[in-house]
Design a protein around this ligand. Structure first.
Ligand code: NAD
Ligand code: 3PG
Length: 389
């Protein structure tokens, strides 16, 4: 008899799902799932049943998940930082080539002459129409130096590009990994002004939405190439269309085609293939499942995007009570009061907060009655209580 249930809203690599022990079963009904695994399926309009404790995004971008709603329902949302970064980096490099050499045009043209008598001769005669430029010596601007941005910047630099990077919130880890040859700039303006190619690697947030627009494009060099392997809404499509028509933008490479851009002249549209490699899918699935298991079985939070990371160690016996709650004063006093009223000794207590939300783990040596959980749940600001035993 399984103890836990999980649902997958997208196919998740078997190497990850295989890590679930026989204590877990898969269900198609999220009304009975403790945990949900998802890639890009939108959960924004979904009902979130009370039974869900955790959602793992097997990937980086979490704009398909209602993070605040989840937090206020006591649902911890994880992602898998860096797990698909190499896959995306390699496609970014391909994107640079696709935009610089008319590979797509050339390949399509060969198909139009394939039934002709002397294909080799026609190729030599017609190839000049598809001549391109080399990326070596050109300037690339990378906006967002996270897991992908750093890898893309370093790789392009190794291919001979002069690379500028901009990320006001760069983490220490990513700064360490950034090649010293990358020119770090404080403002995106320097990238717009200087670069021949601009690659976006920021999350879709209120302040990054439509960051590439008429105004920012007007600051760019004529014939700039924009690469978007992050999210379609980072770019204002109407402004991009105008810039492509005028020649301000020579090519727009996007991994996120939509109704507007899929057929737009000057757009190289890729069907969201950045993370669609065996390696990235495996990495993401393994990381997502490990994080779900750690949380469900031990109450450990690692790589959450809406709750603080919190590791009280592996749960080894007695009872562990985990509480998802609002980050407001006087919560711990009320929690400990519930235990002391029952004369229960707390062996270990850990509390962490992140923004408006907090998480507390309380270990006790023996068991607890259901009444304890009910009393904790009744405290104003408590969002979810789990009892692990
Ligand atoms: N094409 C794909 O298949 C694919 C795969 C993975 C990720 N993505 C997208 O790429 C994005 C980046 O992925 P990642 O793994 O590098 O994430 P990450 O969190 O490691 O890096 C994002 C970086 O953007 C920076 N940032 C945030 N706001 C910024 C701003 N206003 N200006 C400059 N920098 C800013 C952050 O400081 C961080 O360093 C994801 O959010 C996702 O939308 C796409
Ligand atoms: O944010 C991400 O990780 C990527 O966009 C990958 O999405 P996918 O898992 O649907 O390929």
């Amino acid at each position: 008899m399984s103890k836990y249930k999980y649902s997958c809203l997208n196919p998740i690599a078997q190497v990850g799902l295989g890590l679930f022990s026989e204590e877990y079963t898969k269900t198609d009904d999220i009304k009975e799932a403790d945990a949900v695994l998802v890639r890009s399926a939108s959960m924004l309009e979904m009902e979130l049943p009370e039974n869900i404790s955790a959602i793992a995004r097997a990937g980086a971008g979490v704009n398909n998940i209602p993070l605040d709603k989840c937090a206020s329902d006591g649902i911890v949302v994880f992602n898998t930082p860096g797990a698909n970064a190499n896959g995306v980096k390699e496609l970014v490099i391909a994107g640079l080539m696709l935009a610089s050499r008319n590979i797509v045009g050339g390949i399509n043209w060969v198909q139009t002459i394939k039934e002709e008598k002397d294909v080799a001769k026609l190729v030599e005669k017609g190839k000049s129409k598809f001549a391109g430029k080399e990326i070596q010596g050109k300037k690339l601007g990378v906006i967002g130096l996270g897991a992908i941005g750093v890898l893309a910047a370093n790789a392009a630099n190794r291919l001979g590009m002069e690379v500028y990077g901009c990320d006001p919130y760069i983490s220490v880890e990513h700064a360490w990994n950034l090649s010293r040859d990358i020119i770090s700039v404080k403002s995106k303006e320097d990238i717009y002004k200087e670069c021949d190619y601009i690659s976006l690697h920021v999350p879709l947030l209120e302040d990054t939405k439509k960051m590439i627009n008429k105004e920012t494009l007007s600051k760019c060099k004529d014939g700039v190439v924009i690469l978007n392997f992050a999210r379609d809404l980072l770019v204002n499509d109407e402004d991009m269309e105008e810039a492509l028509k005028s020649g301000k933008v020579a090519a727009y490479v996007t991994d996120f085609p939509n109704e507007k851009t899929a057929g737009m002249k000057g757009v190289i549209a890729i069907p969201h293939l950045g993370a669609s490699t065996e390696e990235s899918e495996d990495n993401c699935a393994v990381m997502a499942v490990k994080q779900i298991k750690d949380y469900i079985e031990h109450g450990i939070i690692k790589n959450s995007v809406n709750y603080p990371d919190c590791d009280a160690g592996t749960f080894t016996g007695g009872t562990r009570v985990t509480i998802n709650h609002k980050n407001i004063p006087n919560m711990l006093t009320q929690f400990t009061g519930v235990f002391s009223a029952e004369n229960i000794n707390i062996a270990n207590l850990l509390n962490k907060s992140k923004g408006d939300y907090a998480y507390t783990v309380i270990d006790i040596e023996g068991g607890v009655s259901n009444g304890i959980a009910d009393k904790l749940k009744a405290i104003n600001g408590v969002l979810k209580v789990r009892t692990l035993s």
